[in-house]
Design a protein around this ligand. Structure first.
Ligand code: GTP
Ligand code: MG
Length: 221
């Protein structure tokens, strides 16, 4: 079987729940045991002939220069923020999008997938409505930042063409596997439709000078 590999990176401020999202879906881990990521953590998830290579990067500032090395040949960029932390949502527009535009250097830009995490912290219909409105305004803001950088941005996969940027948003919580499985299913569907595998990219962990990578395959640190 010809396996198509897609690189998916998770970025966003420290503490927004990047590691929790991945671990709770893939391994059903106890979230109380999640510690701040050091450097990056790698896992893979395969369905049929599609393999998602998931790179969970560290949000802490001291690792910022290291995150750069994961921004190559990216198919999908999961940009995570925490709905209970306004700073983390503002930083997407103020820091992370400009950072990615400076750093990602590839012919075809990745899909930008915005994840607003910790939905469980918002209770009640009124608060949920307010949150949805706030998020729509934020996503429009992110879109206009991309457009100011002369990118053509689409929000629906059916409208999306080559050399454009597709942005998608989802609100979720690491505590709910049903919501998480929707996100992971979306990732597979996106990969099938956009068909931009990066089979050629190779990362040889043994040669990598960055000792902070934890490989779930071989256990090399
Ligand atoms: N209430 C709630 N807490 C969450 C959720 N997701 C993660 N957390 C908590 O948020 C804290 C930080 O989660 P992490 O997954 O370590 O965050 P991170 O983005 O990987 O942080 P760095 O590795 O430092 O970049 C942990 O205490 C988690 O238990 C969620 O959906 N709801
Ligand atoms: Mg982490």
């Amino acid at each position: 079987m010809n396996i198509k590999k897609y690189k998916v990176i998770f970025i966003g401020d420290s503490g927004v729940g990047k590691t929790s999202l991945i671990r709770s879906y893939l391994y059903g881990s106890d979230l109380r045991n999640v510690k701040n990521t050091i450097g990056a953590e790698f896992s893979t998830y395969r369905k049929d002939n599609i393999q998602l290579d998931l790179w969970d990067t560290a949000g802490q500032e001291r690792f910022r220069s290291m995150v750069k090395s994961y921004c190559k040949d990216v198919s999908i960029c999961m940009i995570v923020s925490d709905i209970s932390n306004d700073n983390s949502m503002d930083n997407i527009g103020d820091y992370w999008i400009p950072y990615l535009l400076r750093t990602i250097n590839q012919k075809k830009l990745p899909i930008f997938y915005f994840i607003f995490n910790k939905k469980d912290l918002i209770e009640g219909e009124e608060k949920t409505k307010e949150l949805n409105k706030k998020i729509e305004i934020l996503v429009d803001k992110y879109k206009s930042i991309l457009e100011k950088n002369k990118l053509i941005v689409k929000r629906e996969i059916k409208d999306y063409n080559e050399n454009e940027v597709l942005i998608i948003k989802d609100i979720t919580t690491s505590l709910d596997t049903k919501l998480l499985s929707e996100i992971f299913n979306n990732l597979f569907e996106l990969c099938k439709k956009i068909n931009i595998p990066f089979n050629e990219y190779k990362i040889d962990l043994r040669k990598n000078e960055n000792k902070n990578i934890i490989c779930r395959y071989c256990g090399i640190f």
